[in-house]
Every structure is written in structure tokens, then in C-alpha cells.
Design a protein around this ligand. Structure first.
Ligand SMILES: [Zn+2]
Length: 475
């Protein structure tokens, strides 16, 4: 970044709410259906069809307002935003405009160990337009399945000062919305869409430069790249004295540049007026309270709770980022009150196994209660760490119930004398022992392997190593 100029960036983010049905009709809200099958007179905009508000969308919207620390308005309403476009059969979009469900939110982001507050101006409910698909012949195909899917639009204040800040903000925002389960937030599927506006000014000056709006940003990386490109373009033009046009520009991911889409001499006149077919949205205090109470613990509060448990920041951040993992962690800790130990093994070992087996912490077949049981057995010395993971792996392969597997591994059933097995291994692995004595100490691993094989994994590798070293030394 140039030290003389700074960017002023604001973002507008649309989240598709993952309700079962659309915002104003009972059609299914789904991505995978055959085009134009989830449709009805309401979402196709046929004359005379009347919208009925889906309260599930309102609940999910409240969830987002809450997680973004916003003010939930008990009174809001819907407006018609009038414009003509083929994907908008009614000739208007129903949106909340200036009577929002939520306002005055914020997200705290961390930049180089400093905290910064990004303020959110509005959180509005609105409906999706249909999907236009531009095909090679030059035709445009329309899929009305998307028409009427509920959206929550988040508009920030222009509080970001660099493309990197915008990226960090978006990553945190996406995590928070994912956290409360209000949207799938998959940008490739269009479940989360971002428009950005940027202007550039001399650092520390109070005025603003000319604002450019950026579209076609299909990933968080694309947002950062497009903003970086624009920032550089603005700085160069300002230095050369070339005026910046107020316009909308499209990001071309392949060329890595933006190009002009339309000039904005004056802003569109959408002729907003209150939607006459929908009453004012009035939410009772109890309704709001019930919705808020049904939400999961907010990520920032949860992070504080973990810090108070004595978890190091790295573990707190890793666990909080994945809500299913945080839920798993909480359940294990409720059975076995050693948060630090549980966090360490969850982050460093179990998370890798969960991913490797193609699961997440919610779908993982080993329930947190059972994992807690295994950890307890380990604490009691009945199984060792190595055996614990062997048990987990065999359980995941369907080789028995957990209690059967635990029984077969339990130290109570040990039918060997470790010293004898280690001695056997040494006599069988004389060549390895020689190598070890020649200074190739790495071969100790192979010797440990022999013992583990002989004991079917029931020995404690640390103990085995100790005995091996002792006997080799003595021998
Ligand atoms: Zn419909």
C-alpha cells in the first residue's frame, strides 16, 4: 500500500437465508431443483398474487442482527424498489429499504494484533430475483427457482481502509453468520454475495474521493484482488491528474482487472414506496426474546468463556472458528473437566482424524461422551494414548462397539510381559541394534515398531522406548 493515499471501502453483502421455503410464498427454497419447478404465481409475479411473509426468514434475520451486535427493530416494513429487468417479473423487488429489521451493528476485526470496529449500518430482509443465465448463443435463460428466496442484506459504513481489512472483515462476517446457521455462506453457490465500493484519498484528509462500485466478486479473494487493483488504478490516476469516473466496474478474474460496466451520472430513481400488500412488520417483545434465546452462544462470548477456562489464544481461535468443534469441545469438557488437555488433543489430533475420515465434528460417529470416556480411561492408566487412537480407528472402521474394543485393549487384559517382548525384539532385530550402536539412532523407531506389532499395539510406545534404550545400553 502507498503511504500517501488510503482507501475508503464500504461493503454490501447479501446472504441467502437457508429457510425451507421462500420469503413470500410456500415454494421450496432450493438450489438443486430442475429449473422453474419451485415456482408459483407469487414468485413468478403473476398479477393478483399476494405475498405472505415467512416468519422463519424473520427469525434467521434476527439471528444475523444479533450476532452482528445490531439493534433489532420491533417495527419495520417492506417497500417496493421499482426497476425493470427480465429477472424481476413483478417490475419491483420487495425490500426493507429504510425501515430495517436491524441497524447499528458492528464486527470487531483483528489487524496485526490491533482490534478495529467495522460498523454496520443496516440489515434488511429482501427477496431474491430470478437467476439469469447468459448462454453462448446470446440468449438469456431465466430460472425462477431463485426468485423469492429470502436474503438478508448487510450494509457496512465505509470503515475499511485497505483491501486487506475488507478481506479480514468478510472472513469474520462469514464465520459469524455460519455460526448461527442462518445461511450456507457458499460464495460459489451465490449464498453469499459481495459488492464493494471504494474511493481513494490523501491520508488524514477529511473529504472523500470519487466512489467506484465493484461487482462480479465471486470469492473473498476476488474482493481483495479487485479492491487492490482499483486502489492502484485510483492512485495512479490521481497522481497523473486524470479524473476518476463515478461508475460501476466489473471484476474480470481471468485478466485480473476491472472494467467499466456503467457510468453513474446520477443515482437510479427506484421510486420506493411502502409495499401495500404487506402490513408493517411488528414483532412482540416475547417473540424477539424467544428467538434471541434460541440462538447459540455468540462466538465472542464463547471465546471469552474459553479464555477464562485458561485456554491459550491459539486453541480458543481454532475451536471458535468451527461451531461444531466448539460444541463437541463443550460436551467433552462437561464430562471430563480438563479443558486444556481436551482442547489440545482436539485441535492437534482429533481434528485431523475427523477431516481425514471425511467428517466434520457434527457428523463424526465417535460421540463426545464416548471420546470423554476414552480420555478418562487414559487418565486412569487403563489404556494408553496409542491404544486410544487404535480403538477410535477400529471403531470408525466398524470393527466393533466401543466397549468391545475397549475391553480387547484394556490394560487389565494384558497377556504379555513388556520386558520379555522388548528383549525378543532386540534379539530379532540385532542388525537394527548394531546400526543404533553405530550412531544411526533413528532406527529406534523400527525397533519400537516390532514391539508394537508383537503386542498388537497394546504397549505404551514411551515405555517401550525407555526399555529398549535401557536394554541396548546394558547389552
Ligand atoms: Zn412461489
Amino acid at each position: 500500500m502507498n503511504t500517501e493515499f488510503e482507501a475508503v471501502i464500504g461493503l454490501e453483502i447479501h446472504f441467502q437465508l437457508n429457510t425451507a421455503t421462500k420469503l413470500f410464498c410456500r415454494c421450496r427454497s432450493s438450489h438443486d431443483a430442475v429449473p422453474n419447478t419451485n415456482v408459483c404465481p407469487v414468485c413468478m409475479g403473476l398479477p393478483g398474487a399476494l405475498p405472505v411473509l415467512n416468519m422463519e426468514a424473520v427469525k434467521k434475520g434476527i439471528g444475523i442482527v444479533r450476532v452482528l451486535n445490531g439493534k433489532i427493530h420491533s417495527r419495520s416494513r417492506f417497500y417496493r424498489k421499482n426497476y425493470f429487468y427480465p429477472d424481476l417479473p413483478k417490475g419491483y423487488q420487495i425490500t426493507q429499504y429504510e425501515a430495517s429489521l436491524g441497524t447499528d451493528g458492528y464486527v470487531i476485526i483483528k489487524i496485526d494484533n490491533f482490534e478495529k470496529k467495522i460498523r454496520i449500518e443496516r440489515m434488511n430482509l429482501e427477496e431474491e430475483a430470478a437467476r439469469s443465465i447468459h448462454v453462448k448463443t446470446g440468449d438469456v435463460l431465466l430460472d425462477y427457482n431463485r426468485s423469492g428466496i429470502p436474503l438478508l442484506e448487510v450494509t457496512t459504513y465505509p470503515d475499511m481502509r485497505s483491501p486487506r481489512e475488507a478481506r479480514i472483515f468478510l472472513e469474520k462476517l462469514r464465520n459469524m453468520v455460519l455460526y448461527i446457521g442462518a445461511s450456507g455462506c457458499d460464495m460459489e453457490k451465490g449464498e453469499m454475495r459481495v459488492d464493494a465500493n471504494i474511493s481513494v484519498r490523501k491520508k488524514h484528509s477529511a473529504g472523500y474521493g470519487v466512489r467506484v462500485e465493484l461487482k462480479n466478486l465471486n470469492s473473498i479473494k476476488a474482493v481483495e484482488d479487485a479492491l487492490t487493483y482499483e486502489y492502484t488504478r485510483h492512485v495512479e490516476n490521481i497522481k497523473k491528474g486524470i479524473p476518476i469516473e463515478k461508475e460501476t466496474r466489473l471484476w474480470d478474474e481471468f485478466k485480473g482487472e476491472t472494467r467499466s460496466m456503467r457510468r453513474k451520472e446520477e443515482s437510479h430513481d427506484y421510486r420506493f414506496f411502502p409495499e401495500p400488500d404487506l402490513p408493517e412488520l411488528i414483532l412482540s417483545e416475547e417473540f424477539i426474546k424467544d428467538v434471541v434465546e434460541s440462538l447459540p452462544e455468540m462466538p465472542d462470548e464463547r471465546a471469552n468463556r474459553y479464555v477464562n477456562m485458561g485456554l491459550p489464544v491459539f486453541y480458543v481461535e481454532t475451536i471458535i472458528r468451527d461451531r461444531a468443534m466448539a460444541d463437541y469441545f463443550d460436551k467433552v469438557v462437561s464430562e471430563l473437566n480438563s479443558p486444556q488437555k481436551v482442547a489440545k488433543i482436539l485441535v492437534n489430533e482429533l481434528a485431523g482424524l475427523v477431516r481425514k475420515k471425511g467428517h466434520n465434528f457434527q457428523s463424526f460417529p465417535l460421540k463426545p461422551e464416548d471420546f470423554a470416556k476414552l480420555l478418562m480411561l487414559q487418565e486412569e492408566g487403563k489404556i494408553n494414548r496409542n491404544q486410544m487412537f487404535l480403538i477410535i480407528n477400529r471403531f470408525l472402521e466398524g470393527k466393533g462397539t466401543l466397549s468391545e474394543l475397549v475391553d480387547s485393549f484394556s490394560a487389565n487384559k494384558v497377556d504379555f510381559v513388556l520386558e520379555d517382548v522388548v528383549k525378543e525384539a532386540i534379539s530379532e532385530g540385532q542388525d537394527l541394534v548394531e546400526k543404533y550402536r553405530d550412531g544411526k539412532t533413528g532406527v529406534i523407531g523400527a525397533l519400537i515398531g516390532i514391539v508394537m506389532k508383537k503386542t498388537k499395539g497394546r504397549a505404551d510406545p514411551k515405555e517401550v522406548r525407555k526399555l529398549l534404550l535401557k536394554f541396548i545400553e546394558e547389552g
